[in-house]
Write a protein that binds this ligand. Structure first.
Ligand code: FPP
Length: 263
């Protein structure tokens, strides 16, 4: 659909048949995080098994990654599996654990060619070895790439992540290597799995659900949220552009005031 990037650096011009969409480059979010929801409902509407929805959702991952990379987004974090998702039926969990493998087997050559770097955040110890193997292979093959960081949140849970960071800090205090007065926001941020990444500028959740579901609770403190009724398998390049355009109109104040608001 959007197959042509006509001009780079100053502005991005995407050609959609008769329509041009302009997005000034400097306002492209550095980090977009997405809660990809609605795969099950997409499948149910078509009388298909839930896993068919996840499989279709994988194709959306490809589309969104490609466009985000072309637009100059720095990081795209995708919530692919939460620490709570293990409660789902085994057949669904098994399928979800195979998806990163299928995605990476199919698309790794393209990701390499497009300069995308694959990353993962989440608890590795409970993941099947075949899933980890596919992820580690992709991480290794793309480690020197300098384009979009495609960050899969897999077996990720924000509360556990915060608890772990707090435990680590408490241990350092108990051992006498850290003063309580040295505990600050930066220290906590650096104990999280997003260490080194910018905080998300834009959070997208699809399918009409309006909640965070234990996703990046600390990191989203000043993030702009955008919720859409679109189910994840139906989300496409146009949806991402819509989200970014809405983000560009937001007035981010970080708790303060802007320019002429100060009187
Ligand atoms: C939520 O929809 C979605 C998930 C728990 C899985 C998300 C995974 C993908 C989109 C595929 C990931 C692809 C790769 C490459 C890792 P849901 O099942 O809760 O939908 P529902 O609310 O309609 O039931």
């Amino acid at each position: 659909m959007f197959n042509k990037l006509l001009k780079r650096n100053t502005e991005v011009v995407l050609k959609d048949k008769d329509r041009l969409v302009l997005i000034p480059n400097e306002e492209i979010p550095a980090h977009i995080a997405i809660i990809m929801d609605g795969n099950g409902r997409w499948a149910k509407k078509r009388s298909l098994p839930r896993i068919a929805g996840h499989h279709e959702g994988m194709k959306t991952v490809r589309k969104v990654t490609k466009l985000a990379n072309e637009l100059g987004v720095g990081v795209l974090t995708l919530y692919a599996f939460s620490t709570e998702n293990w409660k789902r039926p085994k057949i669904e969990v098994d399928f979800l654990m195979r998806l990163p493998e299928e995605f990476l087997t199919t698309f790794l050559p393209e990701l390499i060619e497009e300069n995308v770097r694959v990353e993962m955040m989440g608890y590795q110890q409970n993941l099947p070895s075949h899933t980890l193997k596919a992820i580690n292979k992709a991480k290794e093959a793309t480690k020197d790439n300098t384009g979009l960081v495609l960050n899969f949140a897999l077996n990720y849970g924000s509360r556990s992540e915060i608890v772990d960071a707090v435990k680590d800090i408490a241990k350092q205090v108990a051992e006498g290597t850290l003063e309580i007065s040295d505990i600050n926001e930066d220290l906590i941020s650096s104990g999280l799995m997003t260490k080194g990444l910018p905080e998300p500028d834009l959070l997208i959740r699809t399918s009409g659900e309006v909640r965070l579901s234990n996703f990046m609770l600390w990191q989203l403190a000043y993030t702009e949220f955008w919720f859409t009724e679109t189910l994840w398998p139906d989300f496409n390049e146009e949806s991402l552009l819509e989200a970014i355009k809405i983000y560009q109109k937001r007035n981010r104040r970080y708790g303060g005031l802007k320019g002429d608001e100060v009187k």
